[in-house]
Design a protein around this ligand. Structure first.
Ligand code: MGD
Ligand code: MGD
Ligand code: MO
Length: 764
């Protein structure tokens, strides 16, 4: 450290700042009480010193002139942009008084708790929601809750565990740990880990495996990217047809006798039923459905199934295909029947270190935090629990497509208030953003906890609470491994962490928390006590720790099912009703959804809706991640924006020719739901029947008040995407990757704000 800095603080990055699921080890360089530089921590075994461009640009985030530093209340009409600074006391008192009134008049279910993706939020928001007494915690706007939840639920039902591709991330010595083995092939299925590092899985791990261990790739993606260009097999699939592919691969593996007989016999339930379900997916038929040449399907499947070990790393599109939970089931079957489950270099069980729960994402974890009767307590009123048995038993979230409807029509009971923390619904999360706008306008009191004003808070916010960035907060991270601390390094304005905000409010509704957790540190100490550490001792020990086999055998790989580490009764096997991996899911059967996988066409497609396809012949695959943005964030961060300045639509050169449009030209992308403006970016690496449209776009430099709201209504692709496309389970199936559109040239006569015009007046 040179004299340029007073101190370097090692910590963990998670949300405000880079925005992400993260977990990277970082070094914050401090000078005069400010962070002046951010670097990766080379000693951190999870991220190995690598960080993304958003983290490197974090100083521009922490000290951005437009960052909100004090609580504010709205003083004008909604959308007028008139805000007045208030004290934290006034803010907390206002929430307490208003919600107590709603509770008395309409019951605690009249307040809905809304979050975005998996930032450092699951702990604080569930604490507040259940302390107040509402059953409605949800990712409102995310049609079908179609991100990660479907994959989590499928895995819990069939394997009893969460599973990830093994890139040695469970060991401190990483690739040098003798227990680890490099995968022969990694199948990257509907993921771009180089851009997104999603769900605590890092793209550079795949590169490490390729470079250090000779791992090869099979990539299933309709769009060329870093990994497709380095793959042995690239399966350029028609969007939304992954279910058919997975069933065909299963058939090939069974019929060619490429499956692991020993594992199937000992540890799998329902093999015959599985074969029955896939046997009609011949190579010819599947090739026709998916647009992938039959020989490539065959060769790739053979490579995956006949080499050992291999892993599958999967992504968001598998939750956003129709009947997603069933498609997720189909992919899980593959790593099970090939004997790749919880083996070195395969798909390994991903338990948190010492099973510490911070962010409950399964029913079991929820019960650990909030008591065994949590589902009973919430299910009589939880939105969607009566209609979807599957949902009623899994996780605990409300069904978002039903929630937005209920916010509009008050059926079966009235929702009066929304708490929005870590979500920018009109910036990116909400499909059919008009409907969500109407629904949120229908609320009497909306609180937004965020770092900047954005289209959502400007349009519907009544109270704004400023959240602290990761550099300003005390928190911890138990998302598989290691167990790590987030250490406060600086303060900025009056910002408070989500934990501080929610714990303070939660106490007001549940005073017993005063005794249990007088401070947030008491909460952490209680949560992590299984590790043998307290906050302070873990901090002294370096801030992160991997579990060891003695104190936490169930969170250390491999083959835990043989050793009796997985089941509560200590017997070998899995935490499922049959004790086996369920290729035929008895829980699915109980929850009245297909027990074995099946495939259906996307809700809009050349096969399912041929007339619509004639009118709108391009599949809009939205939301491929930009490395410099996290969802709707960072458009206001100069170092990020310069790398990816415009909202684009990526178009194949042949399609450009058809439409007579050129690279760099602004065009309409449209369907019956509206039209948005986008700048054409030629991309010969995408399919000819699709366009790729990045999501999360609004323009922070534009006017933030209504009706413009930073031009979100002109450029956000979610105006074109429907709700109510969820799977039979209630989870999964949002049409974010499969909505039909067409392109149109912009003419001088066109209204440049078509969605504003209609919608601001009456429809929106
Ligand atoms: N068209 C299309 N739409 C999509 C997708 C797609 O693929 N296509 N993907 C969907 C998916 S998978 C998801 S998960 C959703 C995500 O959607 P969201 O999670 O809602 O993401 P953002 O739009 O960035 O909104 C997050 C907001 O929270 C703020 N924020 C960030 N970190 C924190 C924090 O720690 N605390 C607090 N209080 N605030 C914070 C940010 O400033 C931002 O305003 O978007 C969905 N939307
Ligand atoms: N930088 C950055 N990182 C992020 C995010 C971000 O906004 N920015 N968002 C985070 C969140 S919440 C999530 S959920 C993840 C999402 O990240 P991913 O899981 O990687 O999902 P996407 O980027 O939507 O799509 C991944 C790839 O799937 C391809 N694809 C699209 N449709 C299909 C299909 O139907 N089938 C198949 N097989 N492939 C398809 C796309 O072309 C793309 O290359 O990223 C996380 N990480
Ligand atoms: Mo997501």
């Amino acid at each position: 450290m040179s004299n340029a800095y007073d101190q370097v603080i090692k910590t963990t990055a998670w949300s405000p700042g880079p925005g992400c699921h993260g977990g990277c080890g970082v070094e914050l360089y401090i000078k005069d009480g400010k962070v002046v530089r951010v670097e990766g921590d080379p000693d951190h075994p999870f991220s190995n010193g690598r960080v993304c461009s958003r983290l490197l640009a974090c100083t521009q985030y922490f000290y951005h002139p437009e960052r909100i530093l004090h609580p504010m209340k709205r003083v004008g009409e909604r959308g007028e942009g008139k805000w007045e600074q208030i004290t934290w006391d006034e803010a907390f008192d206002t929430v307490e008084t208003t919600w107590n009134r709603f509770k008395e008049e309409s019951g605690p279910e009249s307040v809905i708790f809304i979050q975005g993706t998996g930032r450092d939020i699951g702990g604080p928001i569930s604490l507040l929601c259940y302390s107040y007494g509402s059953p409605n915690w949800t990712q409102l706007g995310l049609a079908g809750q179609s991100c990660y939840t479907p994959r989590l639920c499928s895995q819990m039902n069939k394997v009893g565990e969460f599973v990830v591709a093994d890139c040695s991330q469970f060991f401190e010595k990483r690739y040098d740990d003798p227990r680890f083995e490099f995968p022969k092939y990694i199948v990257i299925w509907g993921q771009n880990p180089a851009s997104g590092c999603p769900d605590a899985f890092f793209g550079h791990w795949v590169v490490d495996c390729m470079r250090k261990g000779g791992t090869k790739l099979i990539v299933i993606d309709p769009r060329a990217n870093f990994f497709t260009s380095r793959a042995d097999y690239w399966l350029q699939i028609r969007p939304g047809t992954d279910g058919a592919l997975a069933l065909c691969m299963t058939k090939l593996i069974i019929e060619n006798d490429w499956y692991d007989h020993d594992f199937v016999e000992k540890w799998c339930y329902g093999f015959d039923e599985l074969y029955e379900a896939c046997k009609d997916y011949t190579l010819e038929r599947t090739s026709e459905i998916t647009d992938i040449p039959a020989d490539i399907i065959y060769e790739a499947t053979k490579a995956y199934a006949t080499n050992h070990p291999c892993s599958i790393h999967w992504g968001l599109p598998l939750d956003q295909v129709p009947e997603a939970t069933s498609v997720d089931d189909a992919v899980i079957n593959l790593w099970c029947i090939t004997g790749n489950l919880d083996v070195p270099g395969g798909n390994v069980i991903a338990r948190n270190a010492w099973n510490v729960t911070q962010y409950p994402y399964s029913t079991a974890q929820l019960q650990e935090l909030y008591g065994d009767d949590i589902l009973e307590r919430i299910n009589s009123k939880r939105i969607g629990a009566a209609r979807y048995k599957y949902l009623a038993h899994m996780r605990s979230w409300g069904q978002p497509d039903m929630a937005v409807q209920q916010m509009l029509d008050g059926n079966p009971y009235k929702i009066r208030s929304a708490w929005i923390q870590t979500s920018n619904l009109f910036g990116g999360q909400a499909a059919n953003m008009r409907k969500h706008y109407k629904a949120l306008m229908n609320m009497e009191f909306n609180v937004v906890v965020d770092t900047f004003l954005n289209p959502t808070s400007q349009a519907i916010g009544d109270l704004f609470l400023p959240a602290a960035s990761f550099a300003e907060k005390e928190s911890f991270r138990a998302w598989y491994q290691p167990l790590q601390l987030i250490r406060p390094a600086v303060t900025v304005g009056e910002c408070k962490s989500d934990w501080e905000i929610n714990l303070e409010l939660a106490r007001r509704f549940n005073p017993s928390l005063n005794d249990v957790y007088p401070t947030f540190k008491d909460y952490v100490n209680e949560r992590i006590k299984g590790s043998g550490y307290t906050w302070d001792t873990l901090s002294k020990a370096g801030g992160w720790k991997f579990p060891d086999p003695e104190t936490s055998p169930s969170s250390v790989p491999y083959r835990r099912y043989e050793k009796g580490y997985l089941r509560p009764d200590g017997k070998p096997g899995f935490r499922t009703p049959t004790g086996k991996v369920e290729l035929y899911s008895t829980l699915n059967e109980e929850y009245e959804v297909h027990p074995v996988s099946f495939y259906v066409e996307p809700p809009e497609s050349r096969v399912r809706t041929p007339e619509l396809y004639e009118k709108y012949p391009l599949v809009m695959v939205s939301g491929r991640r930009s490395p410099v943005y996290f969802h709707s964030e960072h458009r206001n961060i100069p170092w990020c924006r310069v790398c990816d300045p415009d909202p684009v639509v990526e178009v194949h050169p042949e399609v450009m020719k058809q439409y007579g449009i050129s690279d760099g030209e602004w065009v309409w992308v449209e369907n019956d739901r509206g039209r948005i403006r986008r700048k054409v970016k030629m991309n010969p690496g995408i399919g000819k029947h699709m366009v790729s449209v990045p999501h999360g776009w609004w323009l922070p430099e534009k006017k933030g008040t209504g009706p413009e709201f930073y031009d979100a209504w002109d450029i956000n692709c979610n105006i074109l995407i429907p709700t109510d496309t969820q799977s039979e389970s209630g989870y999964g199936g949002g049409a974010y990757k499969t909505t039909l559109v067409r392109l149109a040239r912009i003419t001088p006569a066109d209204n440049m704000h078509p969605n504003d015009e209609d919608e601001w007046k009456d429809k929106r």
